[in-house]
Design a binder for this molecule. Structure first.
Ligand SMILES: *[C@@H]1O[C@H](CO)[C@@H](O)[C@H](O)[C@H]1NC(C)=O
Ligand SMILES: *[C@@H]1O[C@H](CO)[C@@H](O)[C@H](O)[C@H]1NC(C)=O
Ligand SMILES: *[C@@H]1O[C@H](CO)[C@@H](O)[C@H](O)[C@H]1NC(C)=O
Ligand SMILES: *[C@@H]1O[C@H](CO)[C@@H](O)[C@H](O)[C@H]1NC(C)=O
Ligand SMILES: *[C@@H]1O[C@H](CO)[C@@H](O)[C@H](O)[C@H]1NC(C)=O
Ligand SMILES: *[C@@H]1O[C@H](CO)[C@@H](O)[C@H](O)[C@H]1NC(C)=O
Ligand SMILES: *[C@@H]1O[C@H](CO)[C@@H](O)[C@H](O)[C@H]1NC(C)=O
Length: 406
């Protein structure tokens, strides 16, 4: 653990910036130090100079030109999410290696977060021949380190030595009956799978599913349990092929339901470009699936495709996803992983920030890092945000939905 002074300087700078902005009189909402209020009404008319603002979705909307990381507030209801004294601090980093991409799982008994490196993407250092890497960060150590300084910290993470059956982890949830529930994209001819992993040494694993009646999935991406059940719902886009580590896809890009007690697998939703993150409302009535259509791997980026979160009703009888509608479109990058808090707000990792919408789909705020954050997870210490080459902690007041399956 080492403390960096740059973080402390940044925190001071953020306070100064927010005070300066507040004193201009353009901002009529009091926000915590380090947060910035962006009133949508001030930016409704920009005229012809759009290139001065944004001509690409990869450029974030930061009209106050605030130095990241910071909290951007679009609606007063976001103050209930962040609380009076939220900060964002880096808790570990490793520039040059995308060690912290997705599959965050918080295990309360260990007070630890597990996560995986980027599979097939930039700075992941894996592919057809190389596996991705799953690691753990001890939040007790994070809390101790953060208490010792005002600035950023760099807590040592621990890499797990997982069995060979676990190839290219991309998503996860849990604890599921005490284990990590990981979903893998597979690698080369090794199949994508759903696998239970012991969160403690020797990290032994049990594969629960790796095919659809003999047909391999394309490259499974993310998974959630329907609240109140032990039934698994998961997405299967074609990123394994598009990122060069899986053969050509042989199934549509769709969402599946798996009942581990009967072994039955069925499709619950289709008509996506690239179905990606998945989440349920606390009562299990609504499902959310993100479509990262804009990101096409070797096919490139095409901003006319979806960067969209769809909402569905979970059919009470069949548990298929009915009544698809747009929940939200991300103005930046693509909405990747998705989580909900206990107030029903929806969080998704997008191009420059973690975006937060209320239950009606109104954008209320962002945790603005100015780089792609694919997934995040709530912990006892706050919101842990995976940022590829770093991990951030936002010590906010909102609590996440309990993702534990007993
Ligand atoms: C557009 O840019 C020009 C040149 O920078 C500037 O003079 C003008 O005020 C801008 N217009 C608007 C509406 O921002
Ligand atoms: C976007 O704007 C920048 C800066 O004005 C310019 O260099 C770039 O060519 C523009 N890109 C597109 C796609 O219009
Ligand atoms: C955000 O990142 C881009 C490059 O990725 C950089 O050009 C820009 O200056 C950054 N913005 C801020 C406010 O730091
Ligand atoms: C986390 O760190 C604390 C303090 O060093 C230690 O007591 C605990 O055993 C660690 N937990 C894990 C899961 O390694
Ligand atoms: C795979 O791993 C080997 C050994 O660590 C490394 O030399 C090679 O560059 C890696 N390949 C890719 C595609 O990153
Ligand atoms: C790990 O091994 C123990 C001891 O054999 C076993 O009880 C447990 O079910 C295993 N866990 C997984 C996830 O395979
Ligand atoms: C984006 O996709 C649309 C619809 O398929 C296509 O017409 C267009 O040529 C694509 N643009 C790029 C830059 O690939």
């Amino acid at each position: 653990m080492t403390a960096s002074t740059s973080g402390a300087i940044l925190t001071v700078a953020l306070v100064l910036v927010s005070c300066a902005k507040a004193s201009t009189g353009n901002f009529n909402l009091a926000v915590p130090p380090g947060a910035v209020y962006v009133d949508p009404l001030m930016y409704n008319v920009l005229g012809q100079n759009y290139t001065e603002w944004r001509n690409l979705s990869t450029v974030g909307f930061n009209p106050t030109n605030t130095a990241p990381p910071f909290i951007q507030v679009f609606d007063s209801s976001f103050l209930d999410v962040i609380g009076p004294s939220a900060t964002i601090r880096s808790i570990t980093s490793n520039p040059g290696f995308a060690f912290a991409h997705e599959a965050p799982i918080y295990v309360p008994d260990l007070n630890a977060v597990f996560f995986t490196s980027n599979d097939g993407g930039p700075l992941g250092y894996n592919g057809w021949y190389n596996n991705s890497v799953v690691s753990m960060i001890n939040m007790t150590e994070v809390d101790m380190a953060l208490a010792s300084t005002m600035g950023d910290v760099n807590v040592q993470i621990q890499t797990l030595n997982l069995p060979y059956t676990v190839q290219m982890v991309n998503g996860g949830t849990g604890p599921y009956k005490g284990d990590l529930l990981l979903i893998t994209s597979g690698r080369a001819l090794l199949p994508p799978s759903i696998v239970r992993v012991n969160p403690s040494p020797p990290y032994n694993a049990t594969v629960l599913l790796d095919n659809l009646l003999g047909r391999q999935f394309n490259s499974l991406n993310d998974i959630k349990i329907l609240p109140g059940t032990d039934i698994m719902f998961f997405t299967d886009p074609t990123y394994g092929w598009m990122n060069g580590f899986r053969p050509e896809p042989m199934l549509p890009s769709q969402v599946y339901r798996f009942d581990p007690s009967t072994g039955q697998v069925r499709v619950v939703a289709d008509q996506f470009v690239h179905p990606n993150g998945i989440a349920f409302s606390a009562d299990g009535k609504f499902a959310f699936v993100t479509d990262t259509g804009v990101s096409g791997g070797f096919l490139g980026t095409n901003q006319t495709f979806p960067a969209t979160i769809y909402q569905f009703d979970v059919d009470p009888l069949t548990q298929t996803f009915a009544n698809r509608r747009v929940f939200a479109y991300s103005d930046s990058g693509v909405p990747d992983g998705i989580q909900l808090d206990t107030m029903g707000n929806v969080y998704s990792g997008c191009g420059e920030a973690t975006h937060v919408w209320n239950a009606e789909g109104t954008l209320i705020g962002k945790f603005y890092l100015n780089s792609t954050t694919a997934q995040m997870i709530f912990t006892k210490s706050g919101l842990v945000i995976l940022d590829e080459e770093a991990i951030y902690l936002a010590n906010i007041q909102a609590q996440g939905l309990d993702l534990t399956t007993l």
